[in-house]
Design a protein around this ligand. Structure first.
Ligand SMILES: [Zn+2]
Ligand SMILES: [Zn+2]
Length: 259
């Protein structure tokens, strides 16, 4: 199991913890842990002690696991950087002629709508990467971070989307010079094949997603921006016509397929 999937598994269990905690409380209640009478099934003191252990030790376990996984992956990335620093190109050119197919996340921002990476870089559906740190670079450069990134596996991108619920999943092909890195690729040119729209409304998370709407977002940095979401008929009904786009219109603006 890779360090990344260990991290994903851990986060899944952290998400389940409140539900498990509630079940434990319910069991404690049924066992008579909260009743003051002496004829309960299990002595009250035992139940209370077990509860204290559960609320104390399990989160502590989670914290320790996060620290361990974090330090392992830090050590890994230091090793990777050292490799890059020595310009060991052996695995950099692993796939010189193959199409690097992958998945990634993007926001849709601005008027007219534009694809924006989670790092804030805007791009077209067919684009050449630019380096923001060094204009001399033709991305990807080995010891820099420039270039278009994509995950190899759809499941990795889907997991990241569960942490970034305002984003959309993109199916992309990368071309040109490419590096493989731990979970995917970093390359020169990117072609977005399609946007995989969420099945359900991004607001109520229940009804089918039908219409794109733009909402005004205030961010921690000084700038505010327009961000697009796909919503159901009900959750989009209060929007003015100028702030709504059909799926077909959005596909035209972004110059890609939406499926
Ligand atoms: Zn660069
Ligand atoms: Zn809705």
């Amino acid at each position: 199991m890779s360090i990344n999937s260990k991290r994903q598994l851990l986060i899944k269990w952290v998400r389940r913890y409140p539900l498990i905690a509630l079940s434990v409380l319910a069991i404690a209640y049924l066992l008579g842990g909260f009743s003051s009478s002496d004829d309960s099934l299990v002595p009250q003191q035992v139940v209370i002690t077990a509860l204290y252990l559960f609320v104390g030790i399990v989160p502590l376990g989670f914290i320790i696991a996060f620290v361990v996984i974090g330090s392992i992956s830090d050590a890994q990335s230091v090793r990777n950087k050292e490799k890059g620093g020595n310009l060991n190109y052996q695995d950099a050119f692993e796939l010189p002629s193959e199409v690097m197919h992958g998945y990634k996340l993007a926001l849709i921002t601005d008027q007219p709508p534009t694809l924006t990476g989670l790092t804030g870089d805007k791009y077209l559906s067919d684009a050449q990467a630019l380096c923001t740190t060094n204009p001399e670079h033709i991305p990807p450069v080995a010891n820099c971070e420039c270039g278009f990134y994509a995950y190899k596996e759809l499941t990795d991108a889907q997991f990241e989307r569960s942490i970034n619920p305002g984003s959309f999943l993109l199916d992309v092909d990368l071309f040109g010079l490419g590096f493989t890195y731990k979970d995917g690729y970093r390359a020169e040119t990117q072609l977005v094949n399609r946007l995989i729209k969420p099945r359900r409304c991004m607001r109520c998370k229940t009804l089918p997603a039908k219409v794109f709407v733009s909402t005004y977002k205030l961010s921690y940095t000084a700038t505010a921006w327009w961000q697009w979401q796909i919503r159901c008929i009900v959750c989009s009904s209060s929007f003015k016509e100028k702030d709504k786009l059909s799926i077909e219109q959005m596909a035209q603006y972004l110059a890609l397929k939406i499926t």
